[in-house]
Design a protein around this ligand. Structure first.
Ligand SMILES: [Fe+2]
Length: 388
């Protein structure tokens, strides 16, 4: 059994943006943009949030801060390369100077990609991989309105290559925003299925960050906090939608985002990116499907962390590693069940004939590098087949 070297590194750095969190805080987006030097703000969001009234609130805040703005919503889920390239043309044509991304991962990743092109030029696919960005980005404020993505604190932007139908990962400290602003009130209008499937994205971030070979004591603290919040509030948030439970999910997303941005991820995300690219499928749903099999694959090489993880899931420690592993899988299963997320690749339209190609693509994804247990193409294919 091949184990990637080193777990919980001793030399490390930990980076996060300025963080503003609290109910009603969307009203502060204007003052955030102004203190970053903005005069004309490029506001990236989506039509669903416009209908829910949150875009209107953000616009009002920008106006109250004495700022002009341009609104851009030509973005689809799993944002495409051409959408962000049209976006930057508009940004430059309008002479905007600060970018605000309001929405889920798609709006925020699109805002990041537009910011990259605004100062670096070229095509967005040129920036695939780690540290390809040369010039600093225009100031960026990101406001998440789902409970999973973590894009508002992360050093990643995920964009869909529309020709190859695969997702590319752009990774650079430059793409972490200047300010992450979370207003948990925005979750009140998030449809039930997205509460569940974005929470399962946060769940996968926390678990993969905790098991990552680049995990540190700082990332572990945030990963475990995210898991405790998810264990406490995921089911209630999906079914009862009480503001305090939704707020706990927003906080879990933030903690999981800080963890994975600094420790990176693993096999779930390495597989989820090619699946999402090929099928344009919901990211959190794919993660929910893959998590049980990937965690089962990882557990034999992370035994020294299982007691702490079991505690994160709300179990008392009793020094029994096998029991801890069993409890982790049971709790994970009940959280996934409560989320309402789909449980098989077949159910989201993945074709069995594509599995070998998906395994091949996952081997090239940057997330595979920090997985705790090495995996070759056959291992990945087995995980896909068991998740089918
Ligand atoms: Fe994710």
């Amino acid at each position: 059994m091949e184990q990637h070297s080193n777990n919980t590194m001793h030399n490390y750095k930990f980076e996060v943006p300025e963080i503003i969190f609290g109910r009603g805080m969307l009203s502060q987006v204007g003052s955030c943009a102004r203190r970053l030097g903005g005069k004309k703000i490029f506001l990236v969001s989506d039509k669903g949030l416009f209908r829910a009234g949150w875009v209107d609130q953000a616009m009002r805040s920008l106006l109250e801060a004495g700022l002009e703005f341009v609104y851009y919503d030509n973005i689809t889920p799993n944002p495409k390369d051409y959408e962000v390239e049209l976006g930057v043309q508009e940004y430059l044509r309008q002479g905007a100077d600060v970018i605000v991304g309001l929405g889920g991962g798609s709006s925020m990743d699109a805002a990041k990609a537009i910011a990259i092109l605004a100062s670096n030029g070229g095509r967005i696919l040129d920036f695939e991989g780690p540290d390809r960005i040369v010039r600093p980005l225009p100031p960026l404020v990101l406001c998440p309105t789902t409970c999973g993505t973590g894009s508002d604190v992360s050093q990643f932007a995920i964009i869909n290559d529309s020709q190859r139908r695969c997702k590319i990962t752009i990774m650079s400290r430059c793409v972490a925003p200047d300010i992450s602003l979370t207003d948990p009130d925005t979750l009140a209008t998030l449809p039930e299925e997205f509460v569940g499937t974005t929470a399962t994205d946060a769940l996968s971030h926390a678990l993969e960050a905790f098991f990552s070979v680049a995990s540190t004591t700082l990332t572990d603290v945030h990963a475990i906090k995210a898991l405790r919040l998810l264990t406490k509030s995921l089911a209630a948030a999906v079914h009862e939608r009480k503001p305090e439970d939704l707020e706990n999910l927003a906080r879990a997303s933030l903690h999981a985002g800080m963890a994975f941005s600094n420790s990176l991820l693993g096999i779930v995300h390495a597989l989820a990116h090619p699946i999402g690219g090929l099928y344009d499928a919901n990211h959190g749903s794919i993660n929910a499907i893959l998590l049980p099999e990937v965690i089962r694959y990882d557990i034999p090489v992370v035994t020294e962390k299982l007691q702490e993880l079991a505690w994160g899931f709300g179990h008392r420690s009793n020094n029994d590693i096998i029991a801890a592993g069993d409890k982790i899988q049971e709790t994970l299963d009940s959280l996934l069940e409560a989320s309402g997320a789909p449980r098989s690749l077949r159910s989201i339209g993945v074709l069995r004939k594509d599995l070998p190609e998906l395994a091949r693509r996952a081997l090239k994804d940057v997330c595979i590098v920090t997985a705790p247990r090495e995996a070759d193409e056959d291992d990945l294919l087995r995980i896909l087949e068991r998740s089918y």
